[in-house]
Design a protein around this ligand. Structure first.
Ligand code: ASP
Ligand code: MG
Length: 423
């Protein structure tokens, strides 16, 4: 008997009908001879709605209370799903994160899993029952307070349980058929990726591909959990995320696995800063002290006659106000001339493990943007990724141009978007 962990995202359990459909799917898996642990997200936009509600009562809701509030969303889905499964004459038991043994640190709103003790789930499975677990939540070891794992965290719950229970595979169900070479809403001819490494998936997820929670992929990588990303609206095979070597390594892996984009970044430029030792250190010290996550950095060559330089960096838009305030506070100390903020930027990232061994990838990327008449504002690279910042108005065209330039377009449209949220 093999164990399969199945995680269903918010769009897969958005209403009673969807929950019944998911229940039927779990029952089918069970009848095919597998043990099943199902992890659920909150129904549809429930989590957003709860965040909005709290926001109407307070501009800074206490984080502990926010977590108690948000975990309610997943608890609703878990109970309804267990009820729907019982209609099939199969016993299903719903468990909160705490009951499932998900123990976390006490970082409310973004807690990390420190231990998983799934005895109650094992017990349930040993009786031939289905276990349903509320995703995205745990409980602190010290105080028993409930915590959440950060937005999108149900993926991480599923992977952690798959690792702790030694599951054969962790299936992540959403409303798209898998991972695509680009967002099918922007590139309708995007191809489904059949198999991809965790390293490439991490780069894609970290740079805007919204299909998987970043920490879930990190967890899967660390514990060797195989993921199968697929749609709950079809029975199509999705994308297998694994680092295991393929049995018949006859085909050479593709050079590029996909193009991700990210609209959520803004660009801060410190203009006319003295080009002397310590300037960059000071800029990034004060920004780091505010907890801002810097992505790309560019420092221009200083003008010979003035000895002044410009330093630009990108960060999540939501953190820009803090960063700008911190920098205004050291304007006199550093003596820079001006501070400019531009939120109309977007980032395109090209990811592929084959970049390591294939020269010319950057030339082809830049050439395709030139041919599309798109200006590049910043560039950064890793071993298997090339990212550029462009104007946000240019972003979609840039994604299409680069996708085509690397021969990623499918002959026929493969992507079906069932729900619309992408999760
Ligand atoms: N319901 C939570 C969220 O919307 C967790 C999840 O969906 O994974 O972020
Ligand atoms: Mg959600």
């Amino acid at each position: 008997m093999t164990l399969i962990v199945q995680k269903f995202g918010g769009s897969s359990v958005a209403d009673a009908e969807s929950i019944a459909r998911v229940a039927a799917r779990i029952v089918a898996t069970k009848k095919a001879g597998h043990d099943v642990v199902a992890v659920v997200s909150a129904m549809g936009d429930t989590t957003d709605d709860l965040v909005d509600l709290a926001g109407r009562l307070s501009s800074r809701p206490p984080t502990r209370e926010m977590d108690i509030l948000l975990t309610a969303g997943e608890r609703i889905s878990m109970a309804l799903l267990a009820i729907a499964i019982s209609e099939h004459g199969i016993e299903a038991k719903a468990f909160t994160g705490q009951q499932a043994g998900v123990v976390t640190d006490d970082t409310y709103g973004n807690a990390r899993i420190v231990e998983v003790t799934p005895q109650r789930l094992e017990n349930t499975l040993s009786h031939g029952h289905v276990a349903i677990v509320a995703g995205f939540q745990g409980v602190t070891a010290t105080t028993n307070d409930v915590t959440t794992l950060g937005r999108g965290g149900s993926d991480t719950t599923a992977v952690a349980l798959a690792a702790a229970l030694g599951a054969e595979v962790c299936e992540i169900y959403s409303d798209v058929d898998g991972l695509f070479t680009a967002d099918p809403r922007i590139v309708p001819s995007a191809r489904k990726v059949t198999r991809i490494t965790t390293e490439e998936t991490l780069e894609l997820a970290a740079h805007g591909a919204k299909i998987l929670h970043l920490r879930a992929v990190e967890y899967a990588r660390r514990y060797g959990v195989t993921l199968h990303v697929r749609s709950s609206f079809s029975t199509e095979q999705g994308t297998i995320v694994t680092d295991e070597e393929q049995e018949a390594e006859t085909m050479e892996a593709p050079i590029i696995s996909g193009v991700a984009h990210d609209r959520s970044q803004g660009k801060v430029t410190v203009i006319g800063a003295p080009d002397v030792p310590g300037t960059a250190a000071r800029i990034f010290e004060v920004v780091a002290a505010r907890g801002c996550n810097i992505d790309m950095i560019v420092q221009n060559v200083s003008a010979a006659e003035t000895g002044l330089t410009d330093v630009s960096f990108t960060l999540p838009e939501a953190e820009a106000a803090d960063a700008r305030e911190a920098l205004r506070g050291i304007r006199d100390e550093l003596g820079f001339a001006d501070l400019v903020y531009n939120e109309n930027v977007g980032k395109l990232s090209l990811v592929g493990a084959g970049m390591r061994s294939h020269p010319g990838v950057s030339a082809r990327l830049f050439g395709s943007l030139r041919d599309a008449g798109i200006n590049i504002e910043m560039i950064s690279t890793s071993e298997i990724r090339l990212s550029v910042i462009v104007r946000s108005d240019d972003l979609e065209n840039a994604v299409r141009a680069v996708h085509a330039a690397f021969g990623l377009d499918a002959d026929e449209v493969e992507a079906v978007v069932y729900g619309g949220t992408g999760r």
